[in-house]
Design a binder for this molecule. Sequence first.
Ligand SMILES: NC(=O)c1ccc[n+]([C@@H]2O[C@H](COP(=O)([O-])OP(=O)(O)OC[C@H]3O[C@@H](n4cnc5c(N)ncnc54)[C@H](O)[C@@H]3O)[C@@H](O)[C@H]2O)c1
Ligand SMILES: O=P(O)(O)OC[C@@H](O)[C@@H](O)[C@H](O)[C@H](O)CO
Length: 467
Amino acid sequence: MTALTEATHVPHPEYDREAVRVGIVHFGLGNFHRAHQAMYLDRLMAAGTGQDWGICGVGTRPADRRMHQVLEDQSYLYTLILKSGVGEPAPTIIGSIVDHLMANDDRDAVLARLSDPGVRIVSLTITEGGYRRNGAPSEDSVDVFDLIAEGLAARRTAGVQPFTVMSCDNLPHNGDAARRAVVDAAGRLGQEFADWVDRAVAFPSSMVDRITPVTTEEDRELVRTRFGLDDDWPVPAEPFAQWVLEDRFTLGRPPLEEAGVQMVADVAPFELMKLRLLNASHQAMAYSGILLGHSSVAAAAGDPLVEAFLRRYMAEARPTLPPVPGTDVRGYSESLLERFRNPAIADTLGRLATDSANRLAAFLVPVILDNLRAGRSVNASTAVLACWAHACANAVGDAQPQVSSTLRAAASAASEDPARFADEVEIFEPVIGYVEFRTALARGIASIRDRGVKAFLEEVAAEPGSR
Ligand SMILES: NC(=O)c1ccc[n+]([C@@H]2O[C@H](COP(=O)([O-])OP(=O)(O)OC[C@H]3O[C@@H](n4cnc5c(N)ncnc54)[C@H](O)[C@@H]3O)[C@@H](O)[C@H]2O)c1
Ligand SMILES: O=P(O)(O)OC[C@@H](O)[C@@H](O)[C@H](O)[C@H](O)CO
């Protein structure tokens, strides 16, 4: 077994990692960041143009301690395994992460990093829920946005220009979501400071894409036995990767376009296309798939009924999208179905159903709202919510969508009184006033209850698509 630091028999960092300086502080260093942003930076370092943009990860939750320990033990190296489903998986050892801190254990070290003039970007993959402040953070967790605001305040006091805050989470207008959260946290330090943050800090939006599932025991075994590498936490991902990023940075940026990133003035059309076709389809597949007895994404996507339902959903979502520069949106939809079917990606419906209310709020509810406003059908997208209600109430174990106990109780009551469910769910607030929505949802819930999910999905999938 070869240590990652010694491995030369697979692609590995050939650049001098000692010469890499930290230029990016990243909050929420999970699998996606390691498969995406860190991979792009590693490409630049290999080309000799990214050496000022080393990454220092920051964990803010107790669960991040495991990542902290593993990375520290492995000199922050890990294996990215790309799986196309055809031929051998392709490993690359990624070297762009050079430090990781736990804010819970050493807040001062994190603030020192944030104050360092060499740090010019703070990036985020803290999940959709990470942008909602629900009361005080739990005792063991540190609030990401409080830390960022404190870091900005320290820089201002020291006369150091503010860093750029770059959200890489799947949220509509993720830059604006980050701005709101940072300005809100800055407001707790004073209104004048919050106004300064709002004026002086750049918050570019981005569209980020690479399906990156949770690491399994099989992935660890693959890396050990097939590649002879001693890696406690490799990252599996699909070969496809896309990053479209607004070119607004206060203190410069890495030459990301040289690594394949699309730098644009306005990311909104790309972002809408991806969230409403890929992520919302993931939601559509998760709850219908769970009710049909599937547990893996590949199996659900390979089920002709789920595929027909996804096509129907995408046809309903497409009219809500603006033209996307250089992109055939129908072709994009087809390519997604193929990516979902990748048999080598052990992605689970359980992962897609994690934190389900926040995901539906970000990806699906806006599609319903736009179609309602335009007087178009919302049957397929509302069918996703009817499936969600039944999956929340009836699925068990890993398949059960992650929701609050209040929401689960509402979902359980929905079978008895389908018309009530709409009023019980906070994330429906933007669409609750539309009678078409309420009727479609109640009808969907009752139809699954009375005729079963298969008959219901067959009926929805057979409706003529919008375009
Ligand atoms: N996995 C993918 O395929 C993928 C693709 C594109 C974008 N993303 C984005 O990246 C995010 C993270 O995905 P991942 O696969 O790395 O997940 P992960 O579970 O591997 O890592 C999530 C990270 O976010 C942190 N986090 C979770 N909730 C938080 C909160 N409320 N406040 C602060 N930090 C929090 C966790 O501690 C962890 O460090 C997604 O939610 C999505 O927005 C993921
Ligand atoms: O990661 P989330 O919570 O935003 O959504 C779950 C999946 O849809 C998502 O992780 C996709 O796999 C990803 O967005 C593909 O780029």
